[in-house]
Ligand binder design. Structure first.
Ligand code: COA
Length: 284
């Protein structure tokens, strides 16, 4: 880590630990604003790829502490203009973009908070929302009604389809955020929550929901994937996950003929999947 980031980390950790005493302290505010700018430019991230860890990603708890510090330090202010009036923490206005950023934000009900990074070539279709600490990499499409929650890490050329909800995690600060790796297709009305990791080129069919408590049945490899105390739920590279159901055997479930929602890995990505997942290049 560069010396500058190490210094910033030490400051953020100090002001976060100071609790309410940091409120009104201009030096604490300056440290937060420096972090917010570093998040805007993508220089600092809430989680980053790290080949040395078993997960392949390293969480930076101090970054999440800094984002929480921003909420503590901010006061409620009026934002917007006559037609569109909002009240929110002064530390988290919406980000302003210029043509030089190379990000398309189509007009109409979208908002990207300060402290979120969007790489060049990202397309945002209204209405959509990107929260503080999120990182959205090159060429990704954030379609209508999609949410990129706080600190979520979205890779290159990902398609977040209409209504996709990518959960955020600020607390606990050392929890892994949701991570969607490069070239993943997240279908319409899907939900990915609680630190779930979706490996490269995986496909979540429309309507799939993944949480820490959701077992995923892989009928290709004959495994059941679950989160553990040490690891979040991890969807393997290239997996094609569709919403399914399984018989409920416990309690009186069987007698009542109930079944539970269960995502199923039906196959690993092939040419047909690539065809189904072809992005609308002309829109870009
Ligand atoms: C997953 C998806 C990409 C299809 O991938 P594919 O590789 O072409 O899948 P296949 O058609 O070969 O299907 C493989 C198996 O999964 C099943 N399956 C496919 N999609 C499914 C779905 N959405 N729900 C339940 N089962 C599904 C198929 O029936 C098939 O099983 P079978 O052989 O027993 O019949 C597609 O279903 C999908 O969800 N696309 C996203 C659409 C979307 O959200 N668009 C948003 C635009 S904003």
């Amino acid at each position: 880590m560069a010396a500058k980031s190490r210094e910033l980390q030490a400051e953020i950790e100090r002001y976060f630990a100071a609790g309410a005493e940091a409120i009104g302290d201009q030096a604490a505010m300056n440290a937060f604003l420096e972090l917010r700018e570093a998040l805007n430019t993508g220089r600092v991230r809430a989680a980053e790829p790290c080949p040395k860890t078993p997960l392949g990603w390293k969480v930076n708890p101090w970054v999440k502490q800094g984002i929480l510090l921003g909420f503590r330090l901010g006061t409620l202010v009026h934002m917007g203009c006559d037609e569109f009036s909002f009240v929110d923490k002064s530390t988290y206005p919406s980000r302003k973009f210029s043509v030089d950023h190379g990000v398309r934000v189509v007009p109409g009900g979208s908002s990207i908070r300060e402290g979120a990074f969007l790489a060049r070539g990202v397309v945002c279709m209204p209405p959509m929302y990107v929260n503080a600490g999120a990182y959205v990499d090159e060429g990704t499409m954030v379609d209508s009604h999609a949410l990129v929650g706080s600190c979520a890490q979205i890779g290159k050329r990902v398609h977040l389809s209409a209504g996709a909800q990518i959960g955020g995690v600020l607390e606990p600060v050392n929890a892994t955020p949701v991570i969607i790796e490069d070239e993943v297709l997240i279908g319409g009305n899907t939900g990915v929550y609680e630190g779930t990791v979706v490996r490269q080129r995986a496909v979540l069919a429309a309507g799939t929901i993944l949480t820490r408590g959701t077992p995923v049945y892989d009928i290709v490899r004959g495994e059941v994937l679950r989160a553990s105390a040490e690891e979040p739920l991890i969807i393997p590279e290239g997996a094609v996950v569709v919403p399914g159901s399984r018989e409920l055997k416990r309690g009186t479930g069987n007698l009542s003929g109930l079944s539970l929602y269960t995502p199923v890995i039906v196959k690993y990505r092939d040419d047909k999947t690539d065809l189904s997942a072809t992005l609308e290049d002309l829109l870009r």
